[in-house]
Ligand binder design. Structure first.
Ligand code: SF4
Ligand code: SF4
Length: 252
């Protein structure tokens, strides 16, 4: 009994140390697969300290509403490998879902794509504030029958949702939904300080960019990545990490 207690105290301490050292741990990973494994391990560690977090196990609400997750070219390559190995029915289904989304929201997706890749932060923010609300009530194209159909290959943003902090315009905020944010703020107010044991999304993001082979990192949302790999209602055979987006999105 005493030994079990010592063991669990040791595990809790190890997990706390892992989260505190997350910046260094993330920088040690050598490829995207290792980054994703570390994200899972850090998520599990975060959950030990904030057991109320409802993401992933039971909840896909983010994916059901306004969800157009971003991915770098490296993450898209990883996901596209999975898609290419999937069944023809699956491919047909995601192409159709994506075309439907483009038929109503193509111009907004185009604006989001070009704003994500624009260095002017003010322009980017204005564009995102204007376009993102248009996706209210729109599910992610990979949400099928209430769960993620590309779960093992989903991008880092989806993996770390709810379990990370995000630095944005010099503010650090929880990368989560409003109800979870309220729960976390309640907890911080009870604990009497704003110390949080969570990794920073920006560390993951920077390292994923560092791991990329190409000089210019391209960001896009999953519908745009998929659209750039669809030709004549079929998926192209190989991943293209730098599609000619100007041309591909010119009709919108
Ligand atoms: S952030 Fe909120 S809505 Fe999204 S998965 Fe987590 S609990 Fe669900
Ligand atoms: S890729 Fe999967 S986890 Fe990410 S938003 Fe889409 S359905 Fe949700």
């Amino acid at each position: 009994m005493i030994n079990n207690k010592v063991d669990s105290t040791k595990i809790i301490q190890e997990r706390a140390d892992l989260i505190k050292a997350s910046t260094e741990e993330i920088n040690k990973t050598k490829n995207l697969s290792e980054v994703y494994d570390l994200m899972d391990k850090l998520n599990e560690s975060v959950k030990i300290f904030y057991s109320h977090i409802g993401c992933k196990d039971e909840c896909f609400l983010c994916c059901q509403n306004s969800n157009i997750p971003t991915a770098t070219s490296l993450e898209w390559s990883y996901l596209y490998e999975f898609i290419l190995k999937s069944s023809d029915d699956f491919k047909k289904n995601i192409i159709e879902t994506n075309q439907k989304l483009f038929s109503t929201h193509g111009s907004y997706l185009k604006r989001i794509h070009f704003s994500l890749n624009n260095d002017n932060e003010e322009f980017k923010l204005n564009e995102l504030y204007d376009t993102l609300p248009k996706f209210k009530g729109k599910s992610c194209i990979f949400l099928k029958e209430g769960s993620c159909s590309v779960y093992d290959s989903r991008p880092g943003k989806c993996r770390t949702q709810g379990y990370s902090l995000m630095k944005f315009a010099n503010n650090v905020q929880f990368q989560t939904c409003l109800p979870e944010n309220i729960k976390m703020e309640d907890l911080l107010s009870k604990q009497g300080n704003r110390k949080v044991l969570m990794p920073l999304w920006n560390d993951y993001e920077k390292h994923i960019q560092d791991l990329s082979d190409s000089d210019k990192i391209i960001f896009s949302v999953l519908p745009v990545w998929l659209f750039s790999h669809t030709k004549d209602n079929m998926l192209i055979d190989q991943v293209n990490i730098s599609p000619d987006f100007e041309n591909i999105l010119s009709e919108f």
